[in-house]
Design a protein around this ligand. Structure first.
Ligand SMILES: [Zn+2]
Length: 98
């Protein structure tokens, strides 16, 4: 009977950890669902005017162009790829916007 308090404490700590773990898992699932919902809503839409983006190919790089406001959107590392190509970024830009 001497150990009862310690055992209770251990059971309480274990149950608390279990509850927190369940809550954490639920929150992560909710966050993932929210992220998915936002992606579905905004994917390939202009962040400025909300219109659907068109994709223009420039060499190995796909540039997303907004037909409405003429904004240009590049994925990660695409700017570096364009700058590194012979024709250069400004020529690519002019070609698309012409
Ligand atoms: Zn736009």
């Amino acid at each position: 009977m001497k150990n009862t308090n310690i055992e209770d404490q251990q059971v309480w700590e274990y149950e608390l950890k279990q509850r927190l773990h369940i809550l954490e898992t639920e929150q992560q699932a909710t966050a993932a669902a929210d992220r998915q919902q936002l992606k579905e809503l905004h994917f390939m839409h202009c962040p400025k005017c909300g219109q659907k983006l068109a994709t223009e190919n420039h060499g190995a790089v796909e540039i997303d162009v907004c037909p409405s406001c003429r904004g240009l959107w590049l994925d990660a590392n695409e700017l570096e790829t364009i700058v590194a190509t012979e024709s250069g970024f400004l020529k690519a830009w002019q070609k698309i916007l012409r």
